[in-house]
Write a protein that binds this ligand. Sequence first.
Ligand SMILES: Cc1ncc(COP(=O)(O)O)c(C=O)c1O
Length: 401
Amino acid sequence: MTQQLSTLHEGLRLADWTQSMKRSVLRDMIAVVSRPGILSLAGGLPAPELFPTDAFAQATSHVLTTHPRALQYAPPFPALKAHIVELMAQRDVPCAEGEVFITTGAQQGLDVLARLLLNPGGQVLIEETVYTGIQQVIAPFQPEILTVPTDLETGMDTGAVEALLREGARPAFIYVIPDAHNPLGVSLSREKRRHLVELARRYAVPLIEDDPYGFLCYEQRPEPPLRALDSEWVFYLGSFSKILAPAVRTGWMIAPEALIPKLTVVKEASDLETSAFMQRAVAAFLDTGQLPDHLAILRLEYGMRRDTMLRMLEEQFPPEARWTRPTSGMFVWVELAAGTDTAALLKRAVEEEQVAFIPGHAFAVQGRSHANHCLRLNFSNATPERIEEGIRRLARVIRSG
Ligand SMILES: Cc1ncc(COP(=O)(O)O)c(C=O)c1O
């Protein structure tokens, strides 16, 4: 599934960095496992039946009838920024509207920050098993990639981060997903949050805090984001993709106000601006005051789905398997017995039991093999009944291997 791009016509020259470009492994896999009849625990999709479709339809219709210029080019919408300031206050992050930068999703936030902070060939520090979107963003810079491991209960190994910095590493940024790590499902402990922020200050290295899942917490109040601990060295990325719908393609960054003009120029090069219409529609939805109830429904339903998945893993998976117990987000990370090849297992799972997951190697930085015996399961996009059935099928494939 990692085949190279098919041959291009003669004479067409692509940028050097594309030589090492692989097809998007994740998209290829998702295409295979989304075939009709496959019970997929693979993708990272929210539950479509929980989208607030009616309320959003009303919001969009309201925008179109009351703001004739909503379909025009326009500067960032101040009312949306005001809502974001309120949302961040709920997470104990004090910020001002002047520090809010609207993005076309958290993914664009990553792209804009990489272009702002990273020189070609520069250093970056990321975890060795991490969201593929950050790996794709940094690839064109052909950076020196420094990696650290992640503890499955407490998150990123900040001791390893400190060791690298002490030895002289000066990455352009440290990328971290403190809440509901994708793909590992773990959240960073309070001590490690403090440690990371302290390191960022001591060594003058910015932190990119990627937080699309932080509002989806199923247990006690989550730890405040890193941005609650520091407003100078932390670039916070939030998103409406998982709390409203991915297709609104609207997210935000909280960044030092002095950098907003530069961020604006960098973003303009990629999409001029985030759809003015979508910004107004999201703001109109938030104006109705329905987000807290909607979030409560998501937390309840996804919490039940997570519990179902964890219970089924306990009942069905072999005793040597280990998995994370996420307090938020959408993913459980499973480690099978050492030596298991989960890419081969996926093939059998799809053929023999029509069930799918994402093999761990898809998230391994620079194609390394440390996660070859691991897999990522999604619990947000399947009903509890489908999750029960999916884990039963998967356990049969593992046992018969
Ligand atoms: C860790 C992480 N960051 C960023 C994104 C992209 O989010 P958005 O839809 O806001 O661009 C995702 C999406 O799955 C993600 O898992």
